[in-house]
Design a protein around this ligand. Sequence first.
Ligand code: FES
Ligand code: FES
Length: 221
Amino acid sequence: MRKSTENAPGGDLTRRTVLKGATALVAVQAPMQVDAQQAAPPATSSMDAPPSRLRIRLTVNGQPRDLDVDTRTTLLDALRENLQLTGSKKGCDHGQCGACTVLADGRRINACLSLAVMHDGQSVTTIEGLARGEQLHPLQAAFIKRDGFQCGYCTPGQICSAVGMLSEVRAGMPSHVSASLERAGPFNEEEIRERMSGNICRCSCYPNIVAAIKDVAGGAA
Ligand code: FES
Ligand code: FES
């Protein structure tokens, strides 16, 4: 007596019918998969593409500078490697220490987080561009007078950041500790510490840095 039928009464499929169908399906699909694999285009990745370069013009510390840069070059690397302006330091290369701070069109930025090509046509000021000949920028003089540095690695970024910060205060930009979100001030030590909080000093010269900035801010701080 047969224990199962090809098609069970009521239209139910038997185990044998299912297995036969599956085998036929695999037989049809196998050549199709081979064809698909053979027809697949060779794998490419962005790593295979040649680097893309652009010519840009920056005005750096008052001097027009033409650069031919890989579009992936950061502003910090363009300044340090292409223009040999090594005053701006590479501390973390991740936007966390502020050692690379420069001014782009007067606004302070972390040059390690910004691509050089994004600044085409802009004016960039580094620590090398703050002095007027032999005459130090008032913040440079104040840092020396107040002993605002030890190893000095963070100092170029601290000074550029302080220049940008004082411009922001003059422009009425509030900080996170400003009493009003519509205007800056009152400009006090708490404001200085908050506004300079993106610039880390491993030597902890903060009290002297704050004193130097207060000296230059004068009555505003
Ligand atoms: S090097 Fe740019 S923030 Fe640290
Ligand atoms: S003076 Fe040493 S890290 Fe700032």
